[in-house]
Structures are given as structure tokens and as C-alpha cells.
Design a protein around this ligand. Structure first.
Ligand SMILES: C[S@@+](CC[C@H](N)C(=O)[O-])C[C@H]1O[C@@H](n2cnc3c(N)ncnc32)[C@H](O)[C@@H]1O
Length: 712
């Protein structure tokens, strides 16, 4: 038996298994199989061997003192999201449940319609969760592990002597004769005040004189306590409670300005700036000289202006973000777009007015984005943060619950209050996180620099509620970029009021047959105009194209290995020939007005090769091909380098910008000043779309990604 914090499978990520009501562990299959077999054999039985109370206490206390000595007793962030088989939170009031004792617990069982009352008899061990030894009224002891309570909860620190009720407890096999009561849903556990009738006499102290409940008539004391509690709640990020307490602590006197200040700060933290402004105004009305309130009020006005006008100082925001201050003090500008029902699935995002290519569509502050850029840990950091935020703030919980939660079945009672506690389903929150979160570099401009990689530069994960309504299309009309926790969405096409707005969830694979199951994690098959068109091409043609694409890949890969930048003429000729063949394999009736993603990579390669050889005319011709292959068909037909003026536009990618720059340089070398200027202007526009804002401080050198070269 060993003391752990209940997560024997630490370091393991979870994977949502679509179609099943489970969030399954996705780890070493050998380990998992053996473990699951053992657990299954014990399921529904009493543990064959169970430590005595003395053994449990000795083991736990030794573990805690060792951890304290090693400096390891303290909340540790979860490295990966680890959830056991999904089970719903208890939604029944405790009066409808039957009390059981600890020695009645059966292994790997959810004790439906039952509850336990226990009290903690040890100091807690805080790790990924909080572990303590608890006893019931008979003195029988067992271990408990509580997860995801949030720092504001007394349960994140289970003080010794605390009496708690656990609704419909889950008794978990933890390996090697080790068992524990495992609490995954914050609402499954109730803290019992000592005067609660559920607390057995054995748990009550001989004198109950320390508890002070506020009685009617104690008005002034009540208001003082409420005001103090409002301040504490604000510090603990329990903004809903802080706001309610602050408002309730008012008595109509001038010192109410403090209550309005706390209410204003709480509404501000909830991103409800109009409401916050009113509270600050009331504070100033009560006390015009109040220190700091004027500043808070001014800040609020700035947020409201951002919400109204969508004007931001992106350059200084980017500087801040790259210095590590990733949480921007900014309002969200969303009024050009609206959420409505989509013909694809559920909701979608729609234009509320005509928007031109290159215009800011919306700019949204994350409701939740931990400053955790380690790609191994960013998912679990977001999960923990989301749970804490939802547990602490019912209004944020309600907004999160509006999001699509994948195929996880909801009880429909999430967010309602039972036994004075709001029901929070952690498995549902994880499913919502997985379906709706985005990865974000500290800034897209930084991530676009040569040499930047996700491993070196890092990516955070966050939740943007407005952006989460956008559906996917492989041929989208918008693009997202990031600065810290601000998501900047720019139109890449002219969008008419009422049209649906799409983004790419993942860059679409160039090879159609490889793209079809790219979106299974979101449980849809893309039905965008490009995918629908390509689906019409016979499978034999897809295979022929794929074969030619492989031939191109083999030659280019060999060239890269052998000769670095120097490329032999014969190689260029071979690639030209194969590229023409690949072009001919694209049926006109299907690809006439569509992107030809498989041709992007070879034509980009040729453009780079001609450019290195200073073959200006060929560079220009090939750059045109790249633009055309991204779907800027009309611009290419008309020979118009103002590619965003000719609708519909194509897919905006870094290669588009590269091709435009190469064309600009080639025209400059040929003395074609006007055409060079046209390419430069389009390149600036593409760059703005890709990194989110206009900036002249552009890349240090050219960059070419292999996004559209996915042969594997
Ligand atoms: C981030 S949500 C997008 C908003 C979602 N439609 C809603 O109702 O809230 C992602 C989910 O939307 C749906 N979805 C997104 N793009 C889609 C598409 N092109 N076709 C079908 N369903 C799509 C899928 O169910 C996906 O899991």
C-alpha cells in the first residue's frame, strides 16, 4: 500500500471517447489493462485487506511530515488532465439519500442514493488533490481525496476536525491494497457546520460557543461582516459573491462608497463594464474624493470604448505579452458579429453587418487563460482554472455551460442549486474545454518569426466564449491571431451581413483523403465547399494525385539532404514536370474555382528556387500559381495583385504572404514599380490578417512552412 494523492496514473492525459459517456485514460495500455483488470475483479466487493485506523494515521502522518520536510506539501498543479471514467455529479438533495458508514463502502462503486458523514482526523496532504484520513461516527477510518475545489474553498485544505457529507460517494481502488473515497465533483461534498443536524453527536465539541450566526436585529454587525466578506471574496476571485455581499452591506450612508467600489471591481473582473461603471459612479457620488475610484472609473470607460469602437493599441499589447504580461486589461469588441443557429451544427457565428476583407471582425478577451505556456501542461492548467472559476462564480459557470459540450450527456441540472451548493459536473467541464478551447502563442507576430517552434516558444490554452461559437471550414472567411489572452479575428473575405463566419480549427491537410478524418476529435466531417467539391472527385483520381505528390516529395527531400540551398537545374525541371502533371490531374469541373491545396507546396518550392536563381519572370509566374492554388482564382485570372479586392478571396496563409513578397522583389528587380507596390500592399494585408494587426516591424527573414506538405 502506498500513500499517493489518489491519481495512480499521474502524468497521463485523458481522452474523450466520443460516443461513450466516458472520459477515458489514455496511457500505457499495458499498465492500464492490468490495473483495470484488478479493479474490475474487486468491483462491488469490500476490500479484501484494509489498513487499520492506526496504520492509516501512521502512514499518512509519516507521509505528510516527510513532504513538509522535503517542501512538497502544497498545492501542485496537475501536469495533465487525469480523470477517471466519467460519472455524473449527485443531483439529489441529501434528505433523499440514505446514510451509510465507511465500512459499508464497496470498491469501484458509486454509492447511488447514499451519503457519508465523516470528519477529518489528520492534517491534509496537498498535492494534485487534497488527501486526508477521515473517520465516521463509529471511529472507523479511511482515506479521502478531494479534487478541484479551488483555493477559495475550505475543502482545498480540509482542516483537521472538519465535518463533511459526501453525496453518492465513489470508492476507488488505488492499487496495492490501497483504497480511497474519491471526490471529483465539487458539488458532491458539503461542509457541515457543527449545528447541522447531520453532524453526529460524537463530532460535536463539548462547548459550541465559538460559532456566531448573524441574527436579525444585528443589522450593523451584519453589514460590517458582509463588507469584510465582500473584500475577502474579491481577493479569492469569488466575484459573484463579492458583488452580492458588497451590495447587501450598504446602509444608504456615505461610507457606502466602499461597498460600491468592491461591487465595481467585482463587476469589472466579470467583464461587465457597463455595470461596473455604474457602481464606480455611485461610489464617486457618495464620496467624490474617494481615493482610487476615479482611476477605476477611467479604466472602466476605456474598456467600454474598446467594446464600442474596437480600437486597441496592439503594438504595445504585443510588447507586454512578450514580456510575460499575457492578461490584457482590455474589453471585448464583438458587435460586428452575432451568435445564431447554424445549418451545420447547433450555433454558429454570423456577421451582423457587412465586413470587408482585412477588417477586424471581433477582438475578444479570454474568460479563462492561465499563463501556462508549457504545451505538456497547458490543458490541465486550463481545466483546473475553469473548474475553479465555475465553482467560484455561478454567473461564469452559467456562461460556460452555454457552450457545446460534445457528446457528453448532461443531466440538465448542472448550475442548479441543491443543498445550498451549485451542481458542477467536472467531466462536463472537461468535455466543454476539449471541444471549445484554443491554443495561443504569447503573440502571433512572435510565433511568425523564423525559428519559432511551439516547443521553444510555448503555447497557452484558453477559453473565448464568442470565438467558440465559430464553426470550422477548410476554406474559411476569417482568421484568428493572438496577443496574450486577446483573440483577434480578422475577415479574410468580404462578408455580407447575415453570412456565417468560419475559421479553421486545424490547418486542413492538403491531401483530401487525409483530411476527411482530421476533425473526429470534434466529431464532425467537414462539409465546407472545398471538401464537398473534392468529395466529387473519383477515388482513383485522388490516388493518382497522391502518387504524384509523393514523387515530388521524394525528389525535394533528397535535394534538401544533399545540397542545402543549391539546387540543380535537372531537379527543378523534374519538379516542374511533376507539378504540371499534378496540375493536369486536377479536374477543371471540380477545381475550377477551388483551392488546389496539393499544388501549394510544389509551386511554393519552385517560387523559392527561381527566386534564389534570380529568374524574376519565372518567380512571378510561380508566385501567381501559389496564389491561385490557395483559391484566389479570380485575382489570378485577372492578373490583379490586389488579391483581397477580388472576391471571393482564397485561403490566407503564410505562403500567400511569402509568394506576394517574392513577386514584389521580382517586380522591383524588373523595374515594375507599380506592380511591386501592389504586391507589397497585398502582402501587408495578408501579414496583418496572419498576425492580427498592422505592423511594419516585419519578419527578420523569409519563412517557409511545410503546412501544406503533409504526405505522412
Ligand atoms: C467550438 S464548437 C462550435 C460551435 C458549435 N457549433 C455550437 O453549437 O456551440 C465545435 C463544435 O461545432 C460543430 N462544428 C464545428 N464546425 C463544424 C462543421 N464544419 N460541420 C459540422 N459541425 C461543426 C462540431 O460539433 C464541433 O464539435
Amino acid at each position: 500500500m502506498n500513500e499517493t494523492d489518489g491519481k495512480v496514473m499521474q502524468g497521463i492525459d485523458s481522452g474523450l471517447v466520443e460516443g461513450s459517456q466516458s472520459i477515458l485514460l489514455d496511457f500505457d495500455p499495458q499498465l492500464s489493462l492490468e490495473f483495470l483488470k484488478e479493479a474490475a475483479a474487486l468491483s462491488g466487493k469490500r476490500p479484501p485487506a484494509h489498513a487499520t485506523r492506526e496504520q492509516l494515521l501512521a502512514m499518512h502522518n509519516e507521509f505528510v511530515s516527510k513532504s513538509v520536510k522535503d517542501g512538497k506539501n502544497g498545492p501542485r498543479p496537475v501536469k495533465k488532465v487525469i480523470l477517471s471514467l466519467a460519472y455524473p455529479p449527485s443531483t439529489k438533495p441529501i434528505r433523499d439519500l440514505e446514510k451509510i458508514l465507511l465500512d459499508g463502502l464497496l470498491v469501484e462503486m458509486h454509492h447511488e442514493d447514499k451519503f457519508l458523514v465523516v470528519r477529518s482526523v489528520t492534517a491534509p496532504f496537498s498535492g494534485v488533490g487534497t488527501v486526508a484520513v477521515v473517520e465516521d461516527e463509529t471511529g472507523y477510518a479511511d482515506k479521502i481525496a478531494i479534487y478541484n475545489q479551488g483555493e477559495a474553498s475550505i475543502l482545498s485544505d480540509i482542516p483537521e476536525g472538519l465535518a463533511i457529507a459526501i453525496k453518492e460517494p465513489y470508492y476507488k481502488f488505488n492499487g496495492e491494497d490501497d483504497y480511497m473515497i474519491c471526490v471529483d465533483h465539487p458539488s458532491d461534498i458539503l461542509v457541515l457546520e457543527l449545528d447541522n443536524t447531520l453532524v453526529p453527536p460524537a463530532f460535536r465539541p463539548s462547548s459550541n460557543g465559538t460559532l456566531h450566526s448573524i441574527t436579525a436585529g444585528d443589522d450593523s454587525l451584519k453589514r460590517t461582516i458582509l463588507a469584510k466578506r465582500a473584500g475577502t471574496n474579491l481577493n479569492l476571485s469569488c466575484f459573484d459573491a463579492a458583488l452580492a455581499d458588497a451590495l447587501e452591506s450598504r446602509d444608504g450612508d456615505t461610507h457606502d462608497w466602499k461597498a460600491y467600489l468592491v461591487a465595481g471591481k467585482s463587476a469589472y473582473a466579470l467583464q461587465r463594464y457597463q455595470e461596473s461603471k455604474e457602481y464606480f459612479l455611485s461610489a464617486l457620488d457618495k464620496n467624490p474624493a474617494a481615493l482610487g475610484v476615479k482611476q477605476e472609473y477611467e479604466k472602466c470607460l476605456a474598456r467600454i470604448r474598446e467594446e464600442e469602437e474596437g480600437i486597441y493599441d496592439f503594438a504595445s499589447m504585443r510588447e507586454q505579452a512578450d514580456r510575460g504580461n499575457v492578461h490584457m486589461d482590455c474589453g471585448s469588441f464583438t458587435k460586428k458579429t452575432t451568435i445564431s443557429t447554424s445549418q451545420h451544427h447547433g450555433r454558429g457565428l454570423f456577421a451582423a453587418q457587412d465586413v470587408k476583407a482585412g477588417e477586424l471582425l471581433y477582438c475578444e478577451k479570454a474568460v479563462c487563460m492561465p499563463n501556462e505556456y508549457n504545451v505538456q501542461h497547458n490543458g490541465s492548467a486550463l481545466y483546473a482554472n475553469m473548474v475553479e472559476q465555475c465553482v467560484n462564480n455561478p454567473s461564469m459557470h452559467a456562461r460556460t455551460l452555454e457552450l457545446y459540450g460534445g457528446k457528453y450527456k448532461r443531466s440538465g441540472l448542472e448550475g442548479t442549486t441543491v443543498d445550498g451548493v451549485e451542481i458542477v459536473d467536472n467531466f462536463l467541464l472537461e468535455s466543454i474545454r476539449r471541444t471549445n478551447c484554443f491554443m495561443a502563442p504569447s503573440s502571433s507576430l512572435t510565433a511568425a518569426q523564423p525559428g519559432w517552434t511551439m516547443e521553444k516558444g510555448g503555447m497557452a490554452r484558453g477559453m473565448w466564449l464568442h470565438a467558440a461559437a465559430e464553426n470550422h471550414s477548410c476554406f474559411p472567411n476569417s482568421i484568428r491571431a493572438f496577443i496574450g489572452d486577446m483573440l483577434i479575428a480578422v475577415a479574410t473575405d468580404n462578408i455580407k451581413a447575415g453570412e456565417e463566419i468560419y475559421q479553421v480549427y486545424l490547418p486542413p491537410k492538403a491531401i483530401y483523403t487525409m483530411r476527411t478524418d482530421q476533425f473526429v476529435q470534434w466529431s464532425f466531417k467537414c462539409g465546407c465547399q472545398l471538401c464537398l467539391a473534392e468529395a466529387k472527385s473519383p477515388m482513383a483520381n485522388h490516388e493518382r494525385r497522391k502518387q504524384t505528390f509523393h514523387e515530388i516529395d521524394i525528389i525535394i527531400s533528397k535535394t534538401k539532404k544533399k545540397s542545402g540551398l543549391f539546387i540543380q537545374q535537372s531537379t527543378i525541371r523534374s519538379i516542374e514536370k511533376l507539378t504540371r502533371k499534378l496540375e493536369d490531374l486536377h479536374e477543371d469541373e471540380i477545381y475550377g474555382s477551388m483551392p488546389r491545396l496539393m499544388l501549394v507546396w510544389p509551386t511554393m518550392w519552385l517560387t523559392e528556387a527561381y527566386r534564389n536563381l534570380k529568374h524574376h519572370a519565372k518567380t512571378i509566374r510561380s508566385a501567381w500559381q501559389v496564389i491561385r492554388n490557395f483559391g484566389f482564382v479570380n485575382a489570378a485570372k485577372e492578373g490583379n495583385w490586389d488579391i483581397f479586392a477580388t472576391t471571393p478571396t482564397g485561403i490566407t496563409a503564410f505562403e500567400v504572404d511569402n509568394a506576394l513578397r517574392h513577386a514584389r522583389d521580382a517586380y522591383t528587380a524588373l523595374g515594375e514599380v507599380q506592380l511591386a507596390a501592389q504586391c507589397a500592399a497585398s502582402s501587408r494585408m495578408a501579414w496583418r490578417m496572419l498576425v492580427g494587426f498592422d505592423n511594419e516591424a516585419s519578419r527578420l527573414s523569409d519563412w517557409i512552412g511545410d503546412e501544406y506538405k503533409d504526405v505522412n
